[in-house]
Design a protein around this ligand. Structure first.
Ligand code: FAQ
Length: 337
């Protein structure tokens, strides 16, 4: 249901077809490569290699799942926000994340996969979503840290995606980035209030930074040497900046913000390298990262179970929407007859 997928990719069959490739296939390949080389957008109706399509479906659907699962750690604090204003802001932010998931599922559907297939892959544990959402949100300061750091990292990763070679993904990212920017600011604002508050409030902010810093640094993905997809996705103009370069940009931008807050980044090896013009950071615990990615983080099971439960509870809404749509269609047909 709700699919926006195109029925068929246009043009000749995509490789690999099992048989020898003919001149028409090679021409289509060459046209695709020329489009990428000229930095022109690939649109849903354009022919594209199967591998390009599969890569986009993988990345965009994982991204969509991350937005939707990402609503859970913050949803945990809606009833406990410290004021009406903070509650309204948090609610608006969480709704935005749900909207981002919808734009992204729609962008992925233009590649010929249905929302049901993607959601099914998430619920069966086959599809990935960002490691960061498998950590618990223990105090109100975590709402500040998530906005400031997680949304901050998300913007760093997503701004280059506004220039992604696939048009529907790139266009979805433009609006998403504008909203993420508000999210990052509201998180920083929470941290600023706490850091300027009582000693106990400042300690709460520091504790949140201590717990979120390393998971956020890892969120950019494995180091470039270990990143299996980067070389090809960068060649295709899907990814524009590598995992390590984005991580570096994030750290460089965030250290002065922590200084302004009067908080300490929990990395004793963090130091400015004047020659490189960048901060150097300590060793990342990749064992922890892969544990979380592979389903064994602190909250993986809880998050997936909450998503499946929410989907089941929403069955009646989807059925009602379908029944309403059928009624409207029948009415329109009666009027037209
Ligand atoms: N978590 O070869 P690479 C947000 C997997 S949205 C889990 O480097 P790639 C908004 C990767 O999938 C946050 N898995 O892969 C918000 C691959 O496995 P596969 C999400 C990860 O694709 C804020 C394998 O490792 N953003 O925060 C992670 O070139 C607050 C090898 O890795 C996006 O999804 C990870 N962190 O680069 C919402 C942005 N990193 O697929 C609510 C779009 C890597 O072969 C509240 N995505 N893996 O099974 C991307 O830019 C890329 O897909 C990367 C990974 C950078 C995530």
């Amino acid at each position: 249901m709700y699919t926006q997928s195109m029925d068929l990719p246009q043009g000749p069959a995509a490789e690999p077809r099992g048989g020898p490739r003919d001149a028409t296939d090679l021409e289509a390949d060459a046209r695709f490569e020329a489009r990428i080389a000229a930095d022109r957008k690939v649109e849903a109706q354009d022919w594209m290699p199967d591998a390009y399509r599969r890569t986009l479906v993988r990345q965009i659907s994982q991204h969509a799942h991350s937005e939707v699962v990402g609503m859970l750690p913050e949803g945990n604090w809606v009833t406990r926000a410290p004021s009406l204003k903070r509650k309204a802001i948090l609610l608006a932010k969480i709704q935005d994340e749900g909207g981002h998931g919808l734009y992204l599922y729609s962008a992925a559907e233009t590649l010929g996969t249905s929302r049901d297939q993607m959601v099914g892959a998430l619920h069966s544990g086959k599809a990935k979503y960002s490691s960061i959402f498998n950590y618990p949100t223990l105090t109100w300061a975590d709402m500040g840290a998530v906005g400031w750091l997680v949304d901050g990292a998300a913007i760093m990763n997503q701004i280059p995606l506004c220039r992604c070679s696939y048009g529907p993904y790139a266009r979805a990212m433009i609006r998403i980035c504008k909203e993420e920017s508000f999210h990052q600011r509201q998180g920083f604002d929470i941290m600023l209030s706490l850091a300027r508050g009582t000693p106990a409030q400042k300690a709460m902010a520091q504790d949140a930074l201590n717990r979120w810093w390393w998971p956020v640094v890892m969120m950019f993905g494995p180091s470039d040497a270990e990143s299996i997809h980067s070389a090809q996705t960068m060649k295709w103009g899907i990814k524009r900046i590598s995992n390590d370069d984005l991580r570096q940009k994030f750290i460089d931008a965030t250290v002065p913000q922590a200084e302004l807050l009067g908080l300490t980044i929990p990395d004793p090896d963090l130091k400015w390298n004047a020659e490189r013009g960048h901060y150097e950071h300590g060793t990342i615990d990749w064992t922890e990262f892969w544990n979380v990615v592979n389903g064994n983080g602190p909250c993986n099971r809880e998050r997936l179970a909450a998503r499946v439960r929410a989907h089941e509870k929403g069955t009646w809404v989807r059925e009602a929407a379908m029944a309403h749509a059928a009624k409207e269609r029948a009415r329109a047909e009666r009027v037209a007859a």
